[in-house]
Design a protein around this ligand. Structure first.
Ligand SMILES: Nc1nc2c(ncn2[C@@H]2O[C@H](COP(=O)(O)OP(=O)(O)OP(=O)(O)O)[C@@H](O)[C@H]2O)c(=O)[nH]1
Ligand SMILES: [Mg+2]
Length: 342
């Protein structure tokens, strides 16, 4: 174990133990793995394992996962509750396949009325992931540990390797200031590793992959060598529209809106994707906010989402986006299911 007085600060060397024994897989995870295709494996012994990324909202979980796999598969924004589903991100390197599972930020506060069912759903998603994994990356903002962080930490099952990932290191001006905090964190919980980092810095994420590697069990890879996620292009399309909605609208709107794909067709021999989507909002006033003056905001959301879809799929995209009011959707279990919340 690496002690906090010699934390895994960027550019430092670290020695790791090998974790023993992989936990057994839960049924819903097995369904996910059944969908994975075999093949594309390297010769000789291989390692493969599941790594959960958990923490309170907005600590940079999705940013870290995208950076670890070198591709954006999970949307990010400055607002809490950006991630609403379990999203797998896969990195295959040498003999090791890392299967990361990004999770929604665990909600301890219900600040927006009418979203209790959605909040419960997001928290359930976090809990269901934690039982299945080999390693847990527990993210906090470097130098901070609040009640909301403590709540997430208390949910992690005993006996699993838990890494304390102190993210946003770039916002700490003097690294030495972090040492007393790291000492406190060591007293709080028997973390397996302490890794202060900046999620967007490639050198940091490469270092983290090296620290995780020995904790993954020796077993065949779950996915092809070039796989990046278990999510479909259709799912990613809905997420990209939601990301633009989060980034381009005011504070309240994101928490009470969602996106549904009505049509996803490959045409012109697979060279063009024709997509129709609906942004679902809570109230008429919200509809106006999404559309903006003379439709400007909706146009921008749609253009930015389309450009990113084209980059991701390498295909031309024709995208139509509509806005609909469906009051009470975020507090209605049945509607949540129909909008794709597991
Ligand atoms: N300065 C700085 N900002 C970061 C870093 N990592 C992430 N961020 C920013 O933090 C904000 C939240 O990032 P996300 O990756 O969406 O956070 P999250 O934990 O996935 O959030 P939820 O899905 O809502 O729980 C974004 O504005 C990121 O750009 C970092 O290392 N340094
Ligand atoms: Mg996220």
């Amino acid at each position: 174990m690496t002690l906090p007085n010699e934390p895994n600060l960027p550019d430092s060397e670290s020695e790791n133990e090998t974790a023993d024994g992989a936990p057994s897989l839960q049924p819903d995870l097995e369904a996910m793995l059944a969908a994975a295709r075999p093949g594309g494996q390297p010769e000789g012994p291989t390692r493969c394992g599941l790594i959960a990324i958990v923490g309170r909202p907005n600590v940079g979980k999705s940013t870290l996962m995208n950076s670890l796999i070198g591709q954006k598969v999970s949307i990010t924004s400055r607002k809490a509750q950006t991630t609403r589903h379990r999203i797998t991100g896969i990195a295959s390197d040498g003999d090791t396949q890392f299967v990361f599972v990004d999770t929604p930020g665990f909600q301890t506060r219900h600040t927006v009325k009418g979203t209790a069912a959605l909040n419960r759903n997001l928290n359930k998603t976090v809990q269901s992931v934690l039982g299945d994994v080999d390693v847990v990356l527990f993210l906090v903002d470097a130098g901070r540990f609040g009640l909301d962080d403590a709540k997430v930490l208390s949910m992690i099952p005993k006996g699993k390797p838990v890494f304390l990932i102190a993210n946003k290191l770039d916002l700490i001006h003097r690294r030495a200031d972090l040492l007393p905090w790291l000492k406190q964190m060591q007293e709080r919980h028997p973390f397996t590793e302490f890794v202060p980092l900046q999620a967007t810095r490639q050198a940091d994420t490469e270092r983290l992959l090296g620290i995780i590697r020995p904790y993954l069990p020796e077993q065949p890879w779950f996915y092809d060598a070039d796989a990046l996620t278990d999510r479909s292009d259709k799912f990613l399309a809905a997420e990209l529209i939601r990301e633009k909605l989060f980034r381009l609208t005011g504070d309240e709107l994101p928490y009470t809106s969602t996106v549904q794909i009505d049509k996803y067709e490959e045409v012109e021999g697979g060279r063009l994707n024709r997509i129709a989507a609906t942004i679902i909002v809570e109230r008429d006033a919200h509809k106006g906010m999404v559309i903006g003056e003379s439709g400007e905001r909706l146009k921008r959301i749609s253009t930015e989402a389309r450009t990113e879809m084209e980059r991701l799929t390498g295909k031309k995209v024709f995208l139509e986006v509509w806005v609909k009011v469906r009051s009470g959707w975020a507090d209605d279990e049945h509607r949540l299911k129909s909008y794709g919340y597991e």
